[in-house]
Design a protein around this ligand. Structure first.
Ligand code: SF4
Length: 93
């Protein structure tokens, strides 16, 4: 088996080794709503993400089919506040 096929085993072993350093969260993280996400998108419906509207892109963000990197306008300096807000909302989603 090639070394690259051991990534999951290595990830599990590394996580186990670092278990005492991983902070425990005692509160459940709430999943953001579509409206919370949508309001931070540029709202231009420019279609650069391959979707017809920002709302359609929102649904794909929530389902994990797209990531923030799939919206090119979010990489622009003018949209850095939007990008940071969305990163905070989506976190590990
Ligand atoms: S690329 Fe971004 S701004 Fe353009 S339609 Fe998609 S989500 Fe909206």
């Amino acid at each position: 088996m090639p070394a690259s096929d051991y990534w999951l085993k290595d990830l599990i072993n590394d996580t186990h080794r670092q278990q005492k350093e991983i902070p425990v969260l005692f509160t459940k993280k709430e999943r953001p709503t579509a409206l919370q996400i949508y309001k931070w998108l540029p709202g231009t419906n420019c279609r650069q993400c391959g979707q017809l509207t920002c709302l359609a892109f929102t649904a794909r963000l929530l389902s994990g089919e797209n990531s923030l990197a799939d919206c090119p306008p979010l990489a622009e300096e003018a949209n850095s506040e939007r990008f940071n807000a969305l990163q905070g909302l989506l976190g590990d989603c």
